[in-house]
Design a protein around this ligand. Structure first.
Ligand SMILES: Cc1cc2nc3c(=O)[nH]c(=O)nc-3n(C[C@H](O)[C@H](O)[C@H](O)COP(=O)(O)OP(=O)(O)OC[C@H]3O[C@@H](n4cnc5c(N)ncnc54)[C@H](O)[C@@H]3O)c2cc1C
Length: 367
């Protein structure tokens, strides 16, 4: 029987384990934490469910939605909205930036003038140029400039040179105010979020929680745990490729988040349909999420999650050309039958739907 090692038990590791164990292969999953699910695991605080960061499911691909929906029934949120606080106006406006909101801004005429003179994004070399060419300098400075510098802890957004504007969004919206009119927006119906999927996915998998791999020799398809080398036919890793290749090409740059939970003595604080608030000014936090919006439960109080960029963990790979090139060197160096998946594994800012697509593709490719 084919022996598979899966490294990391987040969404990517669980989904890969699921699909490869369905082939009748023997899958071993190694996870350092005492639980499965990684960033998508639901925790509870004062009875309120939450994940680290929002983790709502967005996709344009009905097939990926259905894949998940068969294991964890999903509730759709067709009208969900995000707002950005712009302190200098002051006011809350929709994000993605909505054309109608420009009418509410004190410098409306200046903005409308700038929108008339745009050259188009063709040839934009970095995030700053992309936004200046999409919406002009006033909207860029209100919504993106400080937010992005804060998000990546960088002095200039010209450093973001590998920015692929997500196909799920648009720079300047018209029509409905909902954040994603083109995509399915959903979240699991049950109070434990995605957690049932992690159990279902690993039903036929040998799971080792709280387990650390002490040494990697992926060239020979083996890892060392507590002094014993174990060899596999196939390795699927969902952790950073620099780790499994022993830092051969130097470190990859990451930024993370410090996450704070705040309970408020009211049943709900955000306006109806508003799921996130973005803060695009000098405040240290980037985003506040009201978890009740996703989990849809009754309680006399509500939980907010507040995120502050930090280097205490590694969650976001840098979308800058030099970082992406270094990551590509790692990925190119992977031996046959060693695969790197998930957000850390491919060193790309990818979402849950992308991860399911990666795993479905992997399961199709390997035999
Ligand atoms: C704050 C935040 C909010 C997000 N919100 C959304 C969202 O709203 N919608 C969306 O679609 N996507 C969102 N994403 C992205 C999406 O959640 C992630 O891309 C996806 O969950 C990543 O899954 P993963 O398995 O690749 O990584 P993770 O969930 O990080 O799992 C990696 C696992 O590997 C384990 N691990 C690490 N090192 C080792 C090791 N050496 N040995 C063994 N195990 C190890 C970790 O403990 C962890 O369990 C968000 C990401 C972040 C950071």
């Amino acid at each position: 029987m084919i022996k598979v090692l899966v490294i990391g038990g987040g969404f990517a590791g669980c989904c890969a384990s699921h699909l490869l164990s369905q082939k009748g292969w023997h899958v071993t999953l190694i996870e350092t934490a005492p639980f499965l699910g990684g960033g998508c695991k639901t925790f509870f605080y004062g009875g309120h469910p939450f994940t680290y960061g929002p983790r709502h499911f967005l996709t344009k691909d009905e097939r990926l939605f259905e894949f998940l929906n068969q294991y964890v029934p999903m509730r759709r949120f067709p009208g969900h909205e995000f707002l950005t606080y712009v302190e200098r106006d002051p006011g809350f406006y929709h994000f993605p930036i909505h054309r109608d909101d420009i009418e509410l801004m004190p410098d409306r005429d200046k903005i409308l003038g700038e929108l008339q003179g745009l050259d188009g994004v063709e040839g934009a070399r970095n995030l700053e140029e992309f936004w200046l060419r999409s919406v002009g300098s006033t909207l860029y400075s209100k919504f993106v400039e400080t937010y992005s510098k804060k998000m990546w802890d960088i002095p200039s957004n010209t450093e973001i040179t590998d920015f692929v504007f997500t196909t799920k969004g648009v720079a300047l919206k018209t029509g409905p105010k909902a954040a994603w009119t083109e995509a399915i927006s959903a979240f699991p119906m049950k109070i434990n979020g995605y957690d049932d999927y992690f159990e279902i996915a690993t039903r036929d998998v040998s799971v080792h929680l709280k387990t650390t791999i002490d040494a990697f020799d992926v060239e020979h398809h083996r890892v060392n745990i507590e002094g014993v080398w174990q060899t596999y036919d196939l390795i699927v890793s969902s952790i950073s490729p620099e780790i499994i290749l022993n830092n051969a090409f130097g470190p990859l740059r990451w930024i993370g988040r410090d996450f704070f939970k705040i309970v408020l003595p009211v049943p709900e604080v955000f306006p109806p349909n508003v799921f996130f608030l973005y803060y695009a000014n000098q405040e240290p936090f980037t985003r506040i999420v009201e978890y009740k919006k996703f989990y849809q439960y009754e309680a006399p109080t509500t939980l907010l999650g507040l995120e502050i960029p930090s280097f205490n963990n590694k969650l976001y790979p840098y979308p800058a050309r030099q970082d992406q090139e270094r990551a590509q060197r790692y990925l190119d160096a992977l031996p046959p039958k060693v695969f790197s998946i998930g957000r850390a594994g491919v060193y790309r800012y990818i979402d849950i739907d992308d991860i399911i697509a990666q795993c479905l593709d992997l399961a199709k490719r390997v035999s």
